[in-house]
Structure formats: structure tokens, C-alpha cells
Design a protein around this ligand. Structure first.
Ligand SMILES: Nc1nc2c(c(=O)[nH]1)N[C@H]1C(S)=C(S)[C@@H](COP(=O)(O)O)O[C@H]1N2
Ligand SMILES: [Mo]
Length: 360
């Protein structure tokens, strides 16, 4: 065990704040064990007492409401499988194209899947007298992030339509176990299909608003700035706020740089399409993208989770470039090269994933 109950082979990028990605071997199953689930934090991990924790709902409401953990338990309990994917997942491939200074070189392990148990945000909001002008729902947490300017608690917002869609949860359990501190205990938001940053941990305040959250992590960070832009200068003016995750895929085995037998080679990985679009096809190539075979898709875990896939390709002795691309229900796939989607903070790498091996 390492910090925060994580297993020894988790890949730690920084200790403070704690940022660690899942070892690829831990991502082969449909659900990710909690001790291998990636964790992304912008500040110190709060230690909140569930007995005194409250959730205040305010903003454009008739009257603010304060709920305890016991109040939340009065709503219908639901459990759903959802993949969390950090906007920085697979940033290292973007950094190999062009530097992204000051940002962790996440591999394909900044994503994981669990079942989440809690209550629907929609059910809770239905009990609050909401003004007509509400268009965004903001979540706030008490962990103060030193990298924000000025330093402030973590937060973000989603559109009201998403908040009311039924899949957005206030969750207190993960894979059937009480949420651990590092994953947001006692209660966190789960926004399935959107970048991980919107799934605010340790949530203690919900603000109903006309406009998106002014929180630094919504208004400045987690924005897609054009490749020729300067992040500090352009994030708020030319940056697009990230929301639903673009369709993407990664190869979990074979591992990069390994030697494999010439002949039939099994290749396996995951694919994910945000906002419930679903992965409908996965193509795998053993010649850098010249020819493709269709992978076999594992059973669906539901609209909010990744889809595992396996394929068999034939490789001849020598260097081999394995490539994977996934297609979603809108018949979209990512671009061929990371350079096609490179952006100043290295977010949402949706390029085809490539793994170089040697066949011997
Ligand atoms: N309060 C709070 N919530 C947060 C964060 C944070 O730093 N503070 N990080 C966000 C980001 S960027 C991601 S990717 C996910 C990671 O969730 P996990 O640590 O449970 O895997 O939490 C999100 N929620
Ligand atoms: Mo993230």
C-alpha cells in the first residue's frame, strides 16, 4: 500500500497534491478496483466528518436549503456504472509532439470505472424552488487549490439540462464501498460522460446560476485553447469550456516497447465515448493505420461506461506500430495524430492511440 490506500504499482505523478494514475494492468477489467483507481487532486485532501457535513443549495432559489447526509438518504438510492476520465488522460502523447510545461505527463491510466451509489441530483433539485432564469448548476468544494489564481476552493458547473438528466449523482459509495477520503467522502458529484473535473469531490455547496461558474477551474482552467494561443492570456477569451468527453481509445496490451512473437497477436484495450454516445466500433491496425481489423467489443456496462475490446492482428518480424481508433454513435472518431489535437494545456487527447513493439 502507498498513500491514500492505493496499491504499490499505482503511477504517482505528484505526492502533493496527490496525483496518480492506474497501472494499465489494473484497467483490464470492466470495473477498476478502488485501490488502483486513478486520483486527481488540485489541493490538500480534506478530512470531512459525515456527521457534521452539510450540503447547501443556494443561488437563484426561493430560499436556500441545507441538507445533511441523513436528509440525502431520504431520496431514492440509485447505482450506476460510470467511467471518470481526466481531461489530461493521455497527455504524454501530446507532450511527445510538443511540450506542455507544468502539466503532469499522464498516460492512458487517468481514467477508471466504478459503480457509484447515491441519489439523483435531479431528485434533490426537484425539491428546491428554482427561479426561471437558472441555466447552470455549480458545485463547490472546500479544498483550496494553490495553483488557482487567486487560490480558491475547487469548483465547476454543468448545464441545467445535464443536471436534470437523471444520471448525475450525489454519490457516497464506489464499487459498493463507502467513498474513501481521496475520492471525495462523504459525498461527491458524479457527472457521467463529462471530463472528470466536473465530478466535484467533497461537495458542500450547489449554486443555481444564470451563467457558468466563475470558479477558476471552470472560467480559466479546463479550457481548450487554440494551438497558437497563449494559455495564460487566452484561456478566458479564446478557450472553450470542456464538457462531454470526445470518443477515444487506448491499448492496454501489449505494452509499449515489448517484444512479441511474430504471427497472430492479441491486442486489448478500452474505448470511451462521452455523454452516453456509446462506442459502436473499434478498429485495430498492425501497420500504422494502413489496414484495419474490427475488434470484438465486450458487453456494455451501460451508456456511461467505457467499452473494452480485443482484436487479433498478424505481425511479421521487425518493428510494428499498433494503432487503435474507436467510433461513437455519431460515427465520429478521433484524428490520426496527437499533433492534430495538440493544445496549450494538453487536454482531451482523442487521437488514435499508437503502441510500438518489436515482433521477433
Ligand atoms: N473538490 C475537488 N473535486 C475534484 C478535483 C479536485 O481537485 N477537488 N479534481 C477533479 C478532477 S480534475 C478529476 S479528473 C476527478 C478525479 O476524481 P478521482 O480522484 O476520484 O479519480 O475529480 C475531480 N473533482
Ligand atoms: Mo481531471
Amino acid at each position: 500500500m502507498t498513500e491514500w490506500g492505493k496499491r504499490g504499482d499505482i503511477v504517482i505523478h505528484t505526492d502533493e497534491p496527490f496525483n496518480a494514475e492506474a497501472p494499465l494492468s489494473a484497467l483490464a477489467g470492466p470495473l477498476t478496483d478502488v485501490d488502483a483507481f486513478y486520483s486527481r487532486n488540485h489541493g490538500p485532501i480534506p478530512d470531512l466528518d459525515p456527521a457534521t457535513w452539510t450540503l447547501r443549495i443556494e443561488g437563484l432559489v426561493d430560499a436556500p436549503v441545507t441538507l445533511t447526509r441523513a436528509d440525502l438518504a431520504q431520496f431514492d438510492e440509485v447505482t450506476l456504472a460510470a467511467t471518470l476520465q481526466c481531461a489530461g488522460n493521455r497527455r504524454a502523447e501530446l507532450q511527445a509532439f510538443r511540450a506542455v510545461p507544468g502539466e503532469a505527463p499522464w498516460g492512458p491510466g487517468a481514467t477508471s470505472t466504478a459503480t457509484w451509489t447515491g441519489v439523483r441530483l435531479a431528485d434533490v433539485l426537484a425539491t428546491v424552488g428554482m427561479d426561471d432564469g437558472v441555466a447552470h448548476v455549480e458545485f463547490r468544494a472546500p479544498d483550496v487549490a494553490p495553483d488557482a489564481s487567486p487560490p480558491q476552493g475547487f469548483g465547476g458547473s454543468i448545464e441545467l439540462s445535464k443536471a436534470l438528466a437523471g444520471e448525475v449523482l450525489l454519490a457516497w459509495a464506489m464499487n459498493g464501498e463507502p467513498l474513501t477520503r481521496v475520492h471525495g467522502a462523504p459525498v461527491r458529484v458524479i457527472v457521467p460522460g463529462h471530463i472528470g473535473a466536473r465530478s466535484v469531490k467533497w461537495v458542500d455547496r450547489i449554486v443555481l446560476r444564470r451563467d457558468p461558474s466563475p470558479n477558476w477551474f471552470q472560467a480559466h482552467a479546463y479550457r481548450l485553447v487554440p494551438a497558437d494561443g497563449d494559455y495564460a492570456r487566452d484561456a478566458e477569451t479564446r478557450g472553450l469550456a470542456l464538457g462531454p468527453v470526445a470518443v477515444n481509445a487506448a491499448i492496454l496490451s501489449p505494452a509499449p516497447g515489448t517484444t512479441v512473437d511474430a504471427g497472430p497477436l492479441p491486442v486489448a484495450g478500452y474505448a470511451f465515448a462521452g455523454d452516453g454516445r456509446g462506442v459502436i466500433r473499434v478498429d485495430v491496425s498492425a501497420d500504422g493505420g494502413g489496414h484495419w481489423v474490427q475488434a470484438e467489443l465486450a458487453d456494455e456496462l451501460g451508456p456511461w461506461a467505457w467499452r473494452h475490446w480485443t482484436a487479433q492482428v498478424d505481425v511479421t518480424a521487425g518493428p510494428v506500430e499498433l494503432v487503435v481508433r474507436a467510433w461513437d454513435a455519431s460515427a465520429s472518431t478521433g484524428p490520426a495524430r496527437p499533433g492534430d489535437v495538440w493544445n496549450p494545456k494538453g487536454y482531451v487527447n482523442s487521437a488514435w492511440a499508437r503502441v510500438a513493439v518489436t515482433a521477433g
